[in-house]
Design a protein around this ligand. Structure first.
Ligand SMILES: CC(C)(COP(=O)(O)OP(=O)(O)OC[C@H]1O[C@@H](n2cnc3c(N)ncnc32)[C@H](O)[C@@H]1OP(=O)(O)O)[C@@H](O)C(=O)NCCC(=O)NCCS
Length: 173
């Protein structure tokens, strides 16, 4: 796990984190994951990441699921009182680095078209919209579509053009 400056800490999510995770989740979403969703995710071996501040308080978390040759980003959430401080960008970078470490550099996710904050975050990180799932999410007035976004290895600045960094599977991948 990468180390962070100033006493901030990254760790793998465990059952001990779930009270704080569920507390943030309920305040961050109109349709939050349940505690059971997180428990099943941890049990299923999904990769949960937590970000804690220097006082040890949970500031954000992410959940990644390896599927065949891609990594799915199932959840990324920052404590609402800490939005727009760069923490989402940091946690997303850690999630992408984690996918690379697992040799699954192509990352997929779903997002509500109405979630402009998340869309801006993902687009800045090199994600592209590759599809739309009709009525995927529950919404206050029925259902809402999901946009499917993918970030392929090499779409971040500097790697596609010059090929200097290659990918975890080698420069020819
Ligand atoms: C999406 C989320 C993780 C972003 O976290 P954050 O810590 O506030 O984001 P950051 O401060 O790192 O912002 C990074 C970039 O994202 C974009 N962004 C973030 N919030 C934004 C907003 N409200 N409006 C527009 N752009 C936004 C900006 O491009 C921003 O860069 P900038 O600050 O230099 O302009 C956060 O809003 C969140 O937890 N939302 C609720 C949960 C959620 O919707 N998760 C995604 C599910 S798909």
């Amino acid at each position: 796990m990468p180390t962070l400056p100033g006493g901030w800490a990254l760790a793998r999510m465990s059952a001990r984190d779930l009270d704080a995770v569920v507390d943030i989740e309920q305040r961050a979403y109109s349709h939050p994951w349940t505690r059971g969703n997180f428990e099943n995710s941890v049990k299923a071996g999904h990769i949960g990441l937590t970000l804690r501040d220097p006082a040890g308080k949970l500031a954000g978390y992410a959940v990644l699921m390896p599927v065949v040759d891609e990594m799915h980003l199932l959840n990324i959430t920052i404590e609402p009182a800490r939005h727009r401080q760069g923490l989402g960008k940091l946690l997303l970078a850690v999630a992408l680095a984690t996918a690379n470490q697992h040799r699954l550099p192509n990352v997929l996710l779903e997002v509500r078209p109405s979630n402009t904050a998340a869309l801006a975050l993902y687009e800045a990180a090199g994600f592209e919209t590759i599809g739309r799932r009709k009525g995927y999410y529950p919404a206050a007035d029925g259902r809402e579509d999901a946009l499917v976004l993918r970030r392929r290895w090499g779409t971040e600045q500097g790697t596609e053009q010059d090929g200097q960094q290659g990918g975890p599977r080698g420069a020819s991948a």
